[in-house]
Design a protein around this ligand. Structure first.
Ligand code: GCB
Ligand code: CA
Length: 896
């Protein structure tokens, strides 16, 4: 016991002694003050200036990127902070390291500029020693701007450019002799494994050592490799002589690392490399660097796909954006890592860090969990044909490679996403040719730089589905892998266009293929029993991915795929069902799985898996199957990789189903009013797995005055086939139908669903968000030119709410007016409509002119109290004064 204590004491002392000397690294995230807007040096120190106290990670767009208004603040924000360094630090080299700030940054220490950085997604470090006062208070000021800059990628894109210091800030204190990394904020030791086999591996270590002293230093660089049990398995050391003020480039190699335990998605085995600079004279450790190391070899084959360590892997995964519900891109590390765990839980083994390098914790998690990765610089959609733009792009490429160089999970670098999506100079072919030339030239330059820095990985360009354009611009020629972002069945009408595209590539381009994006939008609040393109239902997303998955798995030449996207993400330019959000995630903005996520689990997971779908909805609603029925039958999907399963409703079996090629079992479930408990059980080879889901069902009688299911309330969206869940009230809005005559109890009479001109979006055609509501989908569809809407409810006192929104925008009206064919003239006239609304024959609104009174794309609701007597029910009728009347939604509640 005593002996142990002494040895422990010695151990602690030992640690304490070395720890004093080597580099210390810590975050300086706390205690910042922030001012939105630019400030002069004078205003920064002015007592009148108003500051808000914040901590890093921080963005100034977490609110305005999600609010009801278009646009978000793109400009300067100023951060400042006091910091004290002890006098003992005076002989150190001190770096300020930023993991990322969007997108241009200037850093000042005590009023002096210490560095500037361009680009929102890569790290940067500035030495600040010379500007510090030791033993006194220092002031750090950081100015960041996310304003548009034509010379900095990204210029435009389908995601929000949240501004601010949104990743960690670190201080690094080191000795005068140290690994120098401030250039490109590179990894302090670059480690590669040029040759790996099962029997033997070679390892290369590269870096720079700086001697900031005025004397010659004799040093030793020691590389110690520890295995997973943290036992030293290999060491090498090399002596170097450092002249005063020298920045020495070093290079060490191990040629015979015997029987390496290989890194792979199945077994992501990591070694640990500790590199030390040791003073030969004093034996003092001057600097220390820690890195992980994984041994693997890999290859992309044109016909057979991806191989790692000789084994075939179909790379199945997603892309990822870095933002999160309510906090934008200022996401704490712990939450970021959960994304990689989510991908792993999906059964994924592949991640495309699109469209930019991400927080270091992401790739660290991928190394640890066995997720293969690609990463890219954020050139998206357009380039600027300037020297600065090219230089900034190249600098970013260098930063990316030198910062992410050591990750065993990383197999390819990428750049230029969909660069020919909307090439400018449409009306000037000669000019456009020059633009194309600039793109090709820039691609070649970036390709060259990346290959020189890292000859051990692949390169890739992700294109959109416009085959010949990219071939003509040589963009399928320049990189080693061709990526395609394919959306047949979403943007493109015919879903089979997907497999045709794949086969076309395989036939014509002799390069490995990755499907770098594919996806369909699904608003978690929308479901449909008749899913169709652009309805944004969870069900259409499942349909789309089922088709794609099967086609992908059939084709070995498809090396890998990345679903667009792991989760929904902020995109300020989008106005779909959920404004300012791209809903192609297979998880929500706060990472709740959508049904498509379970589909992937069923296809990809190797362990027994079963899940009941529609989990995002704990509510259900619908009309009884028959007039005097007491149940409503609706389908429930179960996703499983098992051979069969039985579904129970409130303990009663609904029968056994055998698995099929879609790995989706569908039961027709007779829901009753109130709680419905679903339990699915699968027993195969003696093993049982289960899943549960409880649905609170709001049953409405088909015959609205049924005695068996008394009427309480109903909510109907017109011109729509979707079910919509209001997340606040938990009420469900049901699709509309036509009133078919005396035997029917409710529906529309006359008119047709709204249909926007000049769009491929079919029924769900407004790509406009609706102001003054969070429930845009209720207002985005409507019945146009209707005569009436009938609800034959029993006698009583009711509250009736009519919901309107003029969907023809002012912009649309202009287009129509200029388009002088007969039809559009009629259309333009229709767009300014005036009508009367009557309830049970009584005029409620006379000459209602929504456009004039409220403007277009505004949610307009009217509540009306209505007494119903003598079995008359409620009839809302419309009388045109000018143009066609409209109605978007109806809500009816019985008061008593
Ligand atoms: C793409 C883009 C991506 C978009 C996506 C979409 O091809 O690369 O940035 O978000 O399509 O959803 O339209
Ligand atoms: Ca971080």
């Amino acid at each position: 016991m005593k002996k142990l204590n002494i040895s422990l004491l010695v151990l602690f002392l030992g640690v304490a002694l070395t720890a004093q000397n080597v580099r210390t690294i810590f975050t300086v995230n706390s205690g910042w003050e922030f001012h939105k807007g630019n400030l002069s040096q004078k205003a920064i120190s002015d007592k009148e200036t108003i500051w808000e106290s914040v901590s890093i990670p921080h963005t100034w767009n977490n609110v305005d990127a999600f609010d009801d208004e278009r646009g978000y603040y793109r400009g300067v924000g100023v951060y400042k902070k006091s910091i004290i360094f002890s006098k003992k630090d005076a002989n150190k080299t001190i770096l300020l390291h930023f993991e990322g700030a969007n997108q241009e940054t200037e850093v000042f220490v005590n009023g002096n500029i210490v560095g500037t950085h361009k680009g929102g997604y890569t790290a940067f470090s500035f030495p600040i020693t010379e500007n510090l006062k030791f033993g006194e208070v220092n002031e750090i000021v950081v100015k960041v701007t996310n304003a548009f800059d034509e010379n900095i990628p990204t210029l435009t894109a389908d995601f929000t450019f949240f501004g601010g210091i949104y990743r960690d800030i670190y201080i690094e204190k080191m000795n005068q002799v140290h690994f120098s990394t401030s250039k490109y904020a590179a990894k302090n030791v670059l480690i590669s494994t040029p040759k790996v086999t099962k029997k033997n591996a070679s390892i290369e270590f590269k870096g720079h050592i700086s001697n900031k002293t005025t004397s010659i230093k004799k040093i030793e660089v020691l590389q110690s490799i520890r295995n997973g049990n943290k036992e030293i398995v290999k060491e090498i050391k090399t002596n170097f002589l450092l002249k005063p003020n020298e920045d020495l480039k070093f290079n060490q190699t191990i040629k015979d690392f015997k029987n390496p335990i290989l890194w792979s998605p199945d077994n992501p085995y990591l070694y640990q490399v500790v590199t030390k600079i040791i003073d030969k004279k004093t034996k003092e450790i001057l600097d220390e660097s820690v890195n992980s190391l994984g041994f693997r070899w890999f290859e992309f084959d044109v016909d057979k796909g991806f191989f790692m360590n000789g084994k075939h892997y179909k790379l199945m995964g997603t892309c990822r954006h870095q933002d999160y519900l309510g906090i934008g891109n200022a996401v704490p590390d712990a939450l970021q890592v959960k994304d990689i765990e989510l991908l792993k839980a999906m059964g994924g083994n592949f991640l495309r860090l699109a469209h930019y390098p991400q927080d270091p914790v992401i790739m660290e998690a991928c190394d640890r969990l066995g997720i293969i990765t690609t990463v890219e610089i954020p050139i998206v959609n357009y380039i600027t044909e300037s020297k600065e733009f090219a230089t900034n792009s190249i600098e970013m490429a260098k930063e990316m490679v030198l910062q992410d160089y050591n990750h065993p999970s990383l197999v390819s670098w990428a750049y230029m996403n969909e660069i020919l999506l909307r090439p400018p100079f449409k009306d000037n072919p000669e000019r456009q040719k020059l633009y194309y030339k600039s793109i090709t030239a820039l691609a070649k330059d970036i390709e060259k730089v990346i290959r020189e820095l890292d000859p051990y990985r692949y390169t890739m360009i992700p294109n959109h589905g416009s085959f010949s354009r990219y071939v003509a611009a040589e963009l399928t020629e320049i990189p080693m892998i061709v990526g395609w972002n394919l959306y047949a069945g979403w943007y493109g009408n015919d879903i089979r266009g997907f497999e045709q595209y794949l086969d076309q590539h395989h036939e014509k381009i002799k390069k490995p293929l990755l499907v770098t994006e594919y996806g369909a939008g699904a608003d978690p609040r929308i479901r449909s029993l008749t899913p169709e393109r652009f309805d944004f239902s969870l069900e259409y997303q499942v349909y789309y991915h089922t088709h794609y998955l099967k086609e992908i798995l059939k084709r070995p030449f498809v090396a890998g795929v990345n679903i667009w996207n792991l989760a929904d993400f902020a995109s300020e330019t989008r106005h779909d069902a959920m404004p300012f959000v791209n809903n192609k995630g297979i998880a929500t903005l706060d990472r709740k799985p959508k049904d498509a996520f379970y589909l992937y689990q069923a296809f990809l997971k190797k362990t027994p898996f079963i899940a009941i779908g529609s989990k995002l909805w704990e509510q259900g609603s619908g009309f009884t199957d028959t007039k005097d029925g007491i149940v409503c039958t609706q389908p429930i999907s179960v996703f499983t990789n098992q051979k069969s399963a039985v579904l129970y409703l409130n303990g009663i079996s609904l029968g056994k189903k055998m698995s099929n090629e879609d790995k989706t079992l569908v039961w027709q479930v007779p829901f009753k009013n109130g709680k419905n408990l679903l339990e699915v059980v699968s027993t195969n080879d003696g093993k049982t797995i289960k899943d549960f889901h409880s649905i609170d069902f709001n049953l409405i009688a088909k015959n609205l005055d049924s005695k068996l299911v008394p009427f309480e309330s109903v909510r109907i969206t017109l011109g729509s086939k979707r079910y919509f869940l209001d997340e606040l009230t938990k009420e469900i809005w049901l699709p509309s139908k036509e009133y078919t005559g005396e035997n029917d109890s409710w529906g529309t009479i006359g008119g047709a669903p709204f249909q926007m001109k000049n769009t491929s979006r079919q029924n769900y055609s407004t790509d406009q968000s609706i102001k003054n509501t969070n429930n845009d989908p209720i207002y985005q569809t409507q019945q146009v030119g209707l005569d009436a809407f009938k609800l034959k409810v029993p006698d009583g006192f009711y509250e009736l709410t009519l919901h309107f929104a003029e969907l023809i925008s002012d912009k649309e009206k202009e287009v129509l007016a200029y388009n002088l064919d007969a039809n559009s003239e009629k259309e333009a006239e229709n767009s300014s409509r005036i009508f009367d609304v009557l309830v049970n024959g009584k005029v409620i609104f006379e000459n209602l002119d929504l456009l004039k009174e409220y403007g277009s794309e505004k949610a307009v609701s009217f509540k009306i109290k209505q007494l119903v007597t003598e079995n008359n029910g409620i009839t809302i009728s419309f009388r045109s004064v000018k143009g066609e009347p409209i109605l978007n939604a109806v809500e009816l509640t019985k008061v008593f």
